[in-house]
Design a protein around this ligand. Sequence first.
Ligand code: GLU
Length: 438
Amino acid sequence: MSNQVRVRFAPSPTGYLHVGGARTALFNWLYAGNQGGKFILRIEDTDEARNTPEAMAAILDGLRWLGLDWDEGPEVGGDRGPYYQSQRKGIYDAYLAQLEAADRVYTEENGAVRFKFSREPITIPDLVCGDVALAGTEEPDMTLRRPDGSYIFHFVNVVDDIEMGITHVIRGEDHLSNTWKHIDLFHAFGKTPPVYAHIPLILNPDGTKMSKRDQGASVVSYMDAGYLPQAVFNYLCMLGWTPKAETEKLSAREMATLFDPKQIHSANARFDEKKAVWFNAQYLRELPQDELYALARPFLVKEGFSIQNEDMAARAVYSVREKISLLGELKGWTHYFFNEDYPYEAEVVTKLNAKTENKALLQAAAETFASMNQWDETSLHDALEKTAAAQSVKAGALMPLLRFALTGQNRGPGVTTILDLVGKDSSLRRIERTLQTV
Ligand code: GLU
């Protein structure tokens, strides 16, 4: 056998992909990357009653969204498959026969097959938690196969880790209390157990256990809110791991280079939404225009915006990239680019009507614009300066009025940017409508 590191993520498709699960997958992926090893995805779908195709799809989608490609597993294949436990019954039967031959199991009257624990003290050498001694001397013998012929989690989990050549098991701390049972099984099969790293839970900000309904619990909630996958990737990795680096903002490749499971904190991590949003804002503003637009476009479509011109839409999104932290905020910052019939915020109406000369200023600007042949940010800037001077006001007084007229609101990218993006005809219509309605 080669010494190649082989790690796995082994979700049960019974619900959505939880951030805790996603982080477990991330740490495994990073470790495979760090070691030049293989990352395997194994679906633990033996609980027929609780598995759903929706949950299965959510897990695969979530992993793909995060950029966690697996070397072996569903849809990818590999020579240690099948990678769905529901398709591996023959393998489990053969392993059970081994234990029968070694006299380590017995069958109950009801047909259940039980494993005789060795009853020897077992120490789990854990990379995160240190040595954990857990001897289940009082525990009754463990059922491996139920009377209906189905196998229990502990058995199939161990058999598959053996069959798939798993060298390191990085998983949630909730499994630590049962790991001695797994080690006892490895020994019964005459195998050396893998190296373990049990990672602490992710808690709510108030220290309570995260439940399904809690904010940020599901990976889908990040997708829906408009997080970027690379930001969630980075943020989740920093929940419970502090790399030896100058900054926490690191690419997947950098994290893989630095990753060491021994550095994972042994204390539980707390979810921190502000920090997650901060990461996202950092990633958002450094994306090139086309990449940002590819991620942003579904959000515009979801809002029902009518995109007439893809290039203009891409530039519009790019123009507000420093104003937003999440793509879900795009609506409030870009709706007027896609609709000339935008509402006027109350504050805008009040301000436009505060002085009688405001409308005259807008009128003067409209006249200047109407006479322009060249329509770009530089010419627009010059035109605004000239108009303001002719009206004896500062350009700084004219700008907010134009912004109100062009967008109906008091925030957005630079006025010349808006003018340039919506174009001359639309700019004139917008000012005209404002003069008529406000
Ligand atoms: N199916 C188990 C879970 O989802 C996997 C545990 C393990 O990684 O060994 O918790």
